[in-house]
Design a protein around this ligand. Sequence first.
Ligand code: NAD
Length: 337
Amino acid sequence: MKVLITGGAGFIGSTIASAFAERGVTPVVLDSLITGRQEFAQDKIFYQGDIGDGPLLDEIFARHPDIAGVVHCAALIVVPDSMRDPHRYYQVNLARTLDLAGHLVRNGCDRMIFASTAGMYRPESDLSVTEESALEPQNPYTRSKMMAELMLADFAAAYGLRVVSLRYLNPIGADPRLRTGLQNSKPTHALGKMIQCYEEGEPFTITGVDWPTRDGTAVRDYIHVWDIARAFYEAFDRFETIIPPLRPAGEGAAYQVVNLGTGGGTTVRELVGAFREVVGEEFRAVEAPARPGDVVGAFVNPDKAWELLRWKPEYTIGDAIRHSLQWAERRRELDVA
Ligand SMILES: NC(=O)c1ccc[n+]([C@@H]2O[C@H](COP(=O)([O-])OP(=O)(O)OC[C@H]3O[C@@H](n4cnc5c(N)ncnc54)[C@H](O)[C@@H]3O)[C@@H](O)[C@H]2O)c1
């Protein structure tokens, strides 16, 4: 059995590909390599191309009739870029996803697991989000993902394409066996900056200590990328139970949203503490006021993921930090090689 993974040469898609392969489902990777890395797909069946390319999709399905579903990760994902150039973001994340959905329906593929973002929710007063939280996307990237979901839900209602949308926030870490990880050597999230400060021997600056959180610092729902990958596999494995092919009229949508998260998140101070546990107490942090544009953050309630996927995160934040540091090292070796 095979699974088609779009964006399978990117950070999350490549990790998902390894998780499926380890469980005996052969990944077929489709990636344009616009941000993905060729070597992340080197031991996989790999097609370099665009998700909107109909003849290529037809060829893939003709050559691999045993593809049982698609994991759709291909996207542009950098929020500030989406604000500078929304046209490009809507083109890839929405218009090309529309084309892809058409190609899937034409080829008789009726299962999709969509990589989506829990950034589209307005957090509740305790900063948690659930599948019932209001949707309030804050930027073109997040809006493009939300619009793609709305469009996929219409496809699900009309054409028999069944879609499970997995929404999550801040994947970190790397493949625990260090086959793949982040392509970018300077990630802009707090852990990325922490690693940079650590390597340069500089103190890390905690910006904002007056937020309404348990310790006053902002909260993010960091989650190990391997845990995310496992959730995609569980959704694939349980697909027939989550969305049965034959549903009584009017019962059971062909479109399901499931949030993935830790249920509590990690504050910046907690992240610093976990980082020190991994690298040693000499790692320094200083405090400063919040910068314009900083946000308090949110965390995801994963109850539905447990109910439907029997999934919850297994790796700790310390594991994710350790794997991120190991990957930073490995990445340098790959770049030199
Ligand atoms: N990284 C995050 O913080 C995060 C959080 C929530 C959701 N997500 C979602 O997870 C998915 C994967 O994110 P990632 O962090 O692995 O990003 P990534 O940039 O590492 O991977 C995206 C991949 O898609 C490929 N791609 C882009 N446009 C394409 C196209 N038109 N045709 C074919 N391939 C194309 C890129 O080359 C890249 O390999 C995305 O859909 C993203 O919206 C990411």
